[in-house]
Design a binder for this molecule. Structure first.
Ligand code: COA
Ligand code: AMP
Length: 630
């Protein structure tokens, strides 16, 4: 069957399609029906099933005689460590960790925050929660204490599992002080914290609250897998929206298992036992789906890579890992390839390694520019596939489904909708647009299994953010078009979310932090084009009347403020002071116009602009930062 047949078979009977995919999962009680329509745009998949995610990702492979297969390869060029964990070892480690969590009171439905770097223990912590039916929420290590505190208050965890430190190439990230600071700031307090002491930095434990990862597992009874309802939340993952308050995306257990498992062969083209590598971080959705759950559910070997595309130690690291561990499918972000290409444009490092096992490479997280795809294809001599999805969706929605059929690649397009997705392009009034016309990309409801059913404790926000604007559809927040052959093109976000080095960030969130500076009266943050990171945030600051402190001092304080309150991952380094911001007559800041000026693009003067002269002032300020070149 080719792509068209598979897509049509889904379209003709979506429930039958997913019921069939569900047969690849081990159920404690198999679902009797696929979809439950809860009314008012809300849906659930496999709600009446009973299942355990950890059983499917770990134990069943041991039961099926694959216990000696390597489940996880840990490769850390930063700490010079390599380690392999077999499925049977993983089962034992996770069962004991889950037993220790249970002994401290963690039960099905309790939330557990995981704040860990790229070490196998991060996956073990996720799987131990899944084993008990506890709901994990992993927080990315590049966020500041304040962001962690916001998440603690939103999901009210009974426990937090953290590591003593993370390792960036240029510094040790002191996780423990960040954790202590976050708990201090948060209103909700966890009952206890489990600290994994890394040898690179041992943290001081707080008696009565903190326990040592190894110590608290001593002598406990290993825990069995607890079956949960199909619509039981497997995890909450926070992602950026238009304001500083992150959105808690929920993933229901059964749909997540069925859909992720389906993608491993059909999209990513790996077979049982193959090595699959997603070079991302467990703190992002790619890490949840394609470092932890999907490869393990499907019986593959996954790689936990603690390093960067360049500098750890060189631009050949990716190729070394691919060759050494015989990776069949590799997944990364375009920005990582741009970083490698900048250091090794001719691909001299590639030639040093035997990459004959590599079958295909997938890129996601941001727009894949054609130059990067062409460069990677020339160096690696395998298909380089752009594919599109979002934290909310959990797995590829637009892709070239290599495992079904490699469709002709059209540069600039992540190819076609996957089964599960009836995508349309709408104008602002909700009218469907013809092929080739630009509009809002939406998906007809219901979304397929494994996508977000709602937001944690925020159903109104879920409706407002995703369902209200275009009734009957899920609004992706991206703009684009579909051509006459059904290829989808993603052009831009329709909201104030920007994408920096494949990381999704809220300019609104940064504006909230900048507005808190005592000298700032008003501000705007935009995303300007960047050759390496895709976009970089840039802030305009209007100061309170009478402020006569040096502007560069205020700018420095603002940069520090964003780093301290959101985190280094915001990469907020560019800001300038301006007298006024360009606005419409009704007072809306013209951010898109400022982006066009910064990127040196032509633009139409907005008809509603209050005072066009302000744009010249903005241009001069941007030129001072090296932007807005003619
Ligand atoms: N913990 C703590 N800090 C972190 C971190 C983590 N897990 N990850 C990143 N940071 C810090 C970095 O050290 C950097 O700090 P600095 O300002 O002190 O230098 C800052 O956050 C910005 O990080 P990043 O935007 O990643 O830039 P970089 O300069 O470190 O690296 C790339 C640039 C392109 C090499 C890098 O961004 C990269 O590999 N990106 C891949 C993106 C990716 O995998 N995205 C996931 C979606 S698929
Ligand atoms: P995240 O939720 O962090 O995965 O970010 C999702 C957003 O990243 C999408 O809504 C897009 O704006 C952008 N994005 C992800 N993949 C692609 C892609 N292949 N092409 C263009 N944009 C992408």
């Amino acid at each position: 069957m080719g792509y068209r047949d598979v897509y049509d078979s889904w379209k003709s009977d979506p429930e039958a399609f997913w019921m069939e995919a569900a047969q690849a999962i081990d159920w404690d009680e198999a679902p009797t029906k696929a979809l439950t329509d809860k009314g008012d745009g809300l849906y659930e998949w496999f709600a009446d099933a009973r299942v355990n995610a950890c059983w499917n990702a770990v134990d069943r492979h041991v039961e099926n005689g694959r216990g000696e297969q390597t489940a996880i390869i840990y490769d850390s060029p930063i700490t010079h460590t390599k380690r392999e964990i077999s499925y049977v070892e993983l089962r034992n480690r996770v069962a004991t960790l889950a037993g220790a969590l249970r002994a401290k009171g963690i039960e099905k439905g309790d939330r557990v925050i995981i704040y860990m770097p790229m070490i196998p223990e991060a996956l073990e912590a996720m799987l131990a929660c899944a084993r008990l039916g506890a709901v994990h929420s992993v927080v990315f290590g590049g966020f500041a204490a304040n962001e962690l505190a916001v998440r603690i208050d939103d999901c009210t965890p009974k426990a937090i599992i953290a590591a003593s430190c993370g390792m960036e190439p240029n510094r040790v990230v002191h996780y423990k002080p960040l954790l202590d600071g976050a708990i201090e700031m948060a209103t909700h307090k966890p009952d206890f914290c489990v600290i994994f002491q890394r040898e690179q930095e041992v943290a001081a434990l707080l008696p009565g609250r903190d326990v040592n990862w190894h110590g608290f597992q001593y002598g406990v009874e290993p825990a069995e897998c607890v079956p949960v309802e199909g619509n039981h939340p497997a995890y909450i993952l926070y992602t950026s929206g238009t304001t500083g308050a992150p959105k808690g995306v929920i993933r229901h257990t059964a749909g997540h298992l069925v859909a992720l498992n389906w993608t491993m062969k059909n999209v990513f083209n790996v077979d049982l036992g193959d090595v699959f590598w997603a070079a991302s971080d467990v703190g992002w959705v790619v890490g949840h789906s394609y470092i932890c759950y999907a490869p393990l559910i499907h019986g593959n070997t996954t790689i936990v890579f603690e390093g960067k595309p360049v500098g750890t130690p060189d631009a050949g690291t990716f190729w070394r890992v691919i060759a050494e561990h015989k990776v069949r499918t590799f997944f990364t972000a375009p920005t990582a390839f741009r970083a490698v290409k900048r250091e090794d444009p001719k691909g001299e490092y590639v030639g040093k390694y035997d990459m004959s096992h590599l079958g295909q490479v997938f890129l996601a997280g941001e727009r894949a520019d054609p130059d990067t795809i062409i460069w990677a294809q020339e160096q690696l001599k395998v298909p380089v596939i752009d594919h599109w999805w979002q934290t909310e969706l959990g797995y590829p929605a637009i892709c070239n489904p290599v495992g079904i059929e490699l469709l002709p690649i059209k540069l600039g397009s992540p190819t076609v909708p996957m089964p599960g997705y009836d995508l349309r392009v709408l104008d602002d009034e909700g009218n469907e647009l013809p092929a080739g016309e630009l509009g809002a990309i939406v998906a007809k409801l219901p979304l397929p299994p494994g996508t977000l059913p709602t937001l944690w404790n925020a159903e109104d926000r879920f409706r407002k953010s995703y369902l209200a604007h275009f009734p009957g559809y899920y609004e992706t927040g991206d703009a684009g078009m579909i051509d006459e052959n059904g290829y989808v093109y993603i052009m831009a976000r329709t909201d104030d979310v920007i994408n920096v080095a494949g990381h999704r960030l809220s300019t609104g969130g940064m504006e909230e932090v900048l507005s808190g500076h005592p000298d700032v009266a008003e501000c705007a943050v935009i995303g300007v084009a960047d050759d390496l990171k895709g976009q970089m945030p840039l802030g305009f600051l209007c100061l309170n009347a009478g402020t006569n402190r040096p502007h560069d001092e205020i700018v420095k304080e603002c940069v520090k403020r964003v780093r301290d309150q959101i985190g280094p991952v915001a990469a907020f380094k560019l800001a300038c002071v301006v007298d006024r911001l360009p606005k419409t007559r009704s007072g809306k800041i013209l951010r898109a116009t400022m982006v066009n000026i910064a990127d040196g693009k032509e633009f139409k003067m907005p008809a509603t602009i209050d005072d066009p002269a302000i744009l010249d002032e903005i241009r001069v300020a941007l030129q001072g930062l090296g932007y807005a070149k003619a």
